[in-house]
Design a protein around this ligand. Structure first.
Ligand code: SF4
Length: 387
């Protein structure tokens, strides 16, 4: 007799077809259900990991605050990020996930084995927090962030900081005699070395940036020694300059630090660094026309990923944020939840409610203004979108 007699009732007969169960499963395993489940899963994960502030719509850190992972990147991109400008691309969640799995399931056990082989009282701590303030030219800056695994002694004193970065390929290091880490990764570990030195009151001046290939799990570890001049003359002034931009509400200049930065930037249209390859100058407005746009509002006639639209609208609802006609057309399901700006003409400034015109959604062929016939319709410009 089964210990769980009620379970026997649920076992299928060999020739029984549970059609209702199958069709319910098929109906419920949907992209939308996954999207909702995934959102909730991330919400809970953020709370479990002590990052519940990520769940707050429109979280804007204090101007003084810096995350070690943003240091020495494009000032403007970091400003858009910190000030919660609407992102033009989905976050590459799959790449982030693979990076954290690579760290947890492969690099951590490797580091633990290596550390113990070298000394039986070497241990590895998943991460350590740094949280400290500095002053540079009368500007206060505050660094707060969490390291990757740290090799430490039996009392938890840090010995060697690691920073693990997964990359698609490590081909750029092939044949290089003394490979160097990317400068922003060097800045990141400098911030950890400085912060841990302060909190442990002992010199912690050795780190390793460990690059791993997502394609084939090849490693490229690169040692980094603390360089006071680099820290004091590059990293800290960068942070102080960024804080000044934020305190003064001043959009920083477009100064990408690396050749790849604009290509992967979530704000490239807003910033004006992208020329639409299909751009034809007689159609208004080409993507390339947007330039130096500040943080508020969507770009008219530009499409955005749904999650980014919802995040932005929730965060900016008190300021009267609404869908643009382009977004209402792109995400019709959102029109039940959010208001829609009217079509507007940039020439005669006439307005028409969304739905007045049929439109196939081609952003370079929006309806012509029926009043002046001089311009295609768009929506209000970003500064006009908030009350
Ligand atoms: S597009 Fe380039 S210059 Fe502009 S914000 Fe992004 S990274 Fe910076």
């Amino acid at each position: 007799m089964s210990l769980h007699p009620h379970l026997d009732d649920d076992v299928l007969d060999p020739d029984e077809q549970p059609t209702d169960r199958i069709s319910s499963l098929r109906e419920n395993i949907t992209a939308e259900a996954f999207d909702e489940w995934y959102h909730e899963w991330k919400f809970r994960k953020n709370i479990r990991e002590g990052n519940s502030y990520f769940n707050k719509a429109g979280y804007v850190p204090d101007p003084e605050r810096h995350s070690p992972s943003s240091l020495l990147q494009c000032q403007r991109k970091t400003y858009y990020d910190n000030e919660n400008a609407p992102e033009e691309e989905e976050a590459p969640e799959g790449i982030f996930w693979m990076g954290s799995k690579f760290e947890e399931e492969i690099l951590m056990p490797f580091l633990e084995d290596m550390a113990e082989d070298i000394h039986h009282r070497n241990y590895v701590q998943n991460s350590m927090w740094v949280d400290f303030e500095l002053e540079h030219d009368e500007t206060e800056v505050h660094f707060r962030g969490e390291t990757d695994p740290v090799i430490c002694d039996a009392q938890g004193n840090p010995i060697l900081i690691t920073e693990i970065k997964s990359k698609k390929t490590l081909s750029k290091f092939e044949g290089v005699e003394n490979p160097k880490p990317d400068i922003h990764h060097k800045a990141q570990v400098h911030c950890y070395m400085y912060g841990l030195t302060k909190s442990f009151e002992r010199r912690i001046d050795k780190a390793m940036v460990i690059y791993g290939s997502r394609n084939n799990h090849v490693l490229q570890p690169i040692p980094v020694d603390f360089d006071l001049e680099f820290w004091e003359e590059h990293v800290v002034p960068w942070a102080a300059r960024h804080t000044d931009f934020r305190i003064n509400d001043e959009l920083p200049p477009a100064e990408p630090q690396f050749s790849w930065e604009c290509k992967f930037c979530d704000y490239s249209q807003r910033c004006g660094q992208t020329a639409d390859p299909g751009f034809s100058p007689d159609l208004f407005p080409p993507a390339a026309d947007w330039k130096d746009v500040d943080v508020d509002g969507f770009l008219p006639l530009v499409e955005y990923p749904q999650r980014k639209v919802v995040d932005y609208l929730r965060a900016h609802a008190p300021k009267g944020a609404k869908l643009t006609p382009t977004l209402a057309n792109q995400h019709p399901e959102l029109t039940q939840k959010f208001d829609i700006h009217p079509w507007t003409c940039g020439n005669c400034e006439n307005e028409y409610p969304f739905g007045t015109f049929g439109w196939d959604g081609k952003t370079d062929r929006s309806p012509w203004c029926p009043e002046c016939e001089e311009d295609r319709l768009r929506g209000p410009l970003p500064p006009e979108q908030h009350e």
